[in-house]
Design a protein around this ligand. Structure first.
Ligand code: SF4
Ligand code: SF4
Length: 124
């Protein structure tokens, strides 16, 4: 990327992403994984949703939730960390077929997508 004196590359990445989004096709996803960078835990909205997961994933997630609630371990989300299901190297969801409804319903190139791309670009 061409650098501009006094302007951080991350900031420029955010600007370029904004331009890409403005000119993108509706629902176009760039696979940047920005929308998975801050929630910490997979954003399931109900116990029922978690209970429908395969046993191993369900056990891991309940153990994690238990540690947050009863052992007072801070949630990854409270620290703005990437989702625990995100493969950092590939940027892919490790359990894509089991991802929460929130993730399934997320609209690529929508306003929330743009928000997360900008937030990721400005991450310290
Ligand atoms: S932030 Fe938007 S472009 Fe990036 S992976 Fe998520 S939906 Fe796709
Ligand atoms: S569950 Fe998968 S798609 Fe959803 S935020 Fe986590 S890594 Fe991203």
């Amino acid at each position: 990327m061409i650098g501009i004196s006094g302007t951080s590359n991350l900031f420029m990445t955010g600007i370029v992403a904004e331009i890409n989004i403005i000119y993108s096709a509706p629902n176009e996803c760039f696979g940047c994984s920005a929308c998975c960078q801050f929630c910490g835990e997979p954003p399931f909205k109900s116990i029922k949703e978690i209970e429908s997961l395969p046993e191993q994933l369900k056990d891991e997630l309940f153990a994690h939730i238990h540690a947050i609630e009863y052992d007072h371990i801070p949630s990854r989300g409270s620290k703005n960390m990437p989702c625990m299901w995100l493969n950092i190297e590939s940027g892919l969801c490790l359990h894509y077929e089991h991802r929460p409804k929130v993730c399934r319903d997320f609209v690529p190139s929508g306003s929330e997508c743009l928000y997360f791309i900008n937030k990721a670009a400005r991450k310290p």
